[in-house]
Design a protein around this ligand. Structure first.
Ligand SMILES: *Cc1c(COP(=O)(O)O)cnc(C)c1O
Length: 392
């Protein structure tokens, strides 16, 4: 017994996430420096942008320093006025809401539906008053939210912009439609924790031609520099509001190395997801576990693997039980609607009971491109034994 216990603790830890090189990233980084163009909008930004455009059909792709920055740029493009509100799910990352708060909007928090953990479109329908300017759905875990319900809820409100926070969903689908092609704008994240990374990075996808020219000006520090380089004007100058949103071309070079390998990366992640699903399904009913559900309409992007535990005490006990065996799971979003800033920046208080319930019961298993079969099995063993200990 003691030797076995020792052997277990001597195994290297299984981290929650690990960024990786999947192709020619470092070669491209060197080429970016050697080529003398390290600032934004260089040759690698063009390659990455074209790949994203090919996948999503966007009218324009602007690579940004983060998904947060892309959401901020979309908020600036809305020209929000005092009193305007934006509807955001409570179960999301803070900047899904914060980007709009920074432009002066107040937030109306919407609940999520229990099976996809995406926006609850029935709740949404009850929140649509005449102050609402935008809705920001998230495709949680890269599983499409109820886009059909979203469109039905907004059928008589063409004035309400949909801005997809697609941080999880690149290469996922709702029916035949690529995630990121559904909103007037969509944001992407290339943070190290996402499927494709360059450390910190993002993109704004612009799906309406009428937004392209102004978006380019705001992106380029309020200048018409892009029009100048496209030969549309003979000098460039200050035209509008804006900020420095552009991703360094050296980071875009790294990103292009990853995007070039997107089929390999997605296949690896799909294998990790399916391995977890196959290993856990046999005991899920007995242990009261709810595993990810994929609606018929959705082709997922395999961003993460979550388990909904029976209750919060079990979830917390399993988190700490797994950590003592050197396996590092994680919880996820703390609901925004009853956070300090959520209360401060809300237009009014709303009830989001599913968000509160799910946030307390959700556990994410370690998930990255190169999580081996042996390590996945070790994760599942550590998980199941922590669940059994917690319910003993
Ligand atoms: C990661 C994430 C963000 C923020 O992305 P950054 O690139 O770190 O700014 C925003 N929204 C969601 C849903 C995310 O998962």
């Amino acid at each position: 017994m003691p030797t076995e216990a020792l052997a277990v603790t001597e195994l290297p830890p299984i981290v929650f996430n690990r960024p990786s090189l999947e192709g020619a990233e470092l070669e491209y980084v060197k080429a970016s420096v050697d080529g003398g163009h390290m600032a934004s909008s260089g040759p690698f930004s063009r390659l990455a942008g074209e790949a994203l455009q090919k996948e999503t059909g966007a009218d324009e792709v602007l690579l940004t320093t983060s998904c947060t920055a892309a959401l901020e740029l979309s908020a600036m493009l809305l020209d929000l006025q005092p009193g305007d509100t934006v509807i955001v799910p409570s179960f999301t990352f803070t900047t899904t809401a914060l980007a709009f708060v920074r432009q002066g909007a107040r937030i109306v928090f919407c609940d999520i539906e229990p099976h996809t953990l995406g926006i609850d479109t029935d709740h949404l329908a009850t929140l649509l008053d005449d102050k609402v300017r935008a809705v920001v759905p998230v495709h949680y875990a890269g599983i499409a939210c109820d886009v059909g319900g979203l469109r039905a809820a907004l059928k008589d409100r063409p004035d309400v912009a949909v801005i997809e926070d697609n941080a999880h969903g690149l290469y996922g689908r709702w029916n035949d439609e690529p995630l990121g092609s559904i909103g007037r704008f969509a944001s992407l994240s290339f943070h190290e924790t996402k499927n494709f990374g360059c450390g910190e990075g993002g993109a704004l996808l612009i799906n309406s031609q009428g937004d392209v020219d102004r978006a380019r000006v705001l992106y380029d520090k309020g200048t018409n520099r892009r029009a100048f380089f496209l030969g549309q004007v003979d000098k460039y100058s200050w035209k509008d509001t804006g900020a420095s949103f552009g991703l360094s071309d050296t980071l875009a070079a790294f990103l292009w190395g990853q995007l070039e390998q997107h089929e390999v990366i997605q296949a690896k992640r799909r294998a990790v997801f399916e391995r977890y699903l196959n290993l856990l399904t046999p005991s899920s009913d007995e242990l009261g576990l709810r595993l990810p559900l994929i609606p018929d309409y959705a082709a997922p992007s395999w961003h993460l693997f979550y388990v909904l535990m029976p209750d919060r005490p079990t979830r917390d006990a399993v988190l700490s039980g797994m950590r003592t065996s050197g396996v590092h799971p994680a919880f996820h979003y703390v609901p925004l609607h009853n956070s300090d800033a959520g209360i401060r920046f809300a237009a009014r208080s709303t009830e989001c009971p599913v968000s509160a319930d799910v946030a307390g019961r959700l556990l994410r298993l370690p998930f990255h491109n190169n999580l081996s079969e042996t390590d996945s099995e070790r994760v599942v063993d550590a998980f199941l034994s922590a669940v059994r200990d917690a319910s003993a």
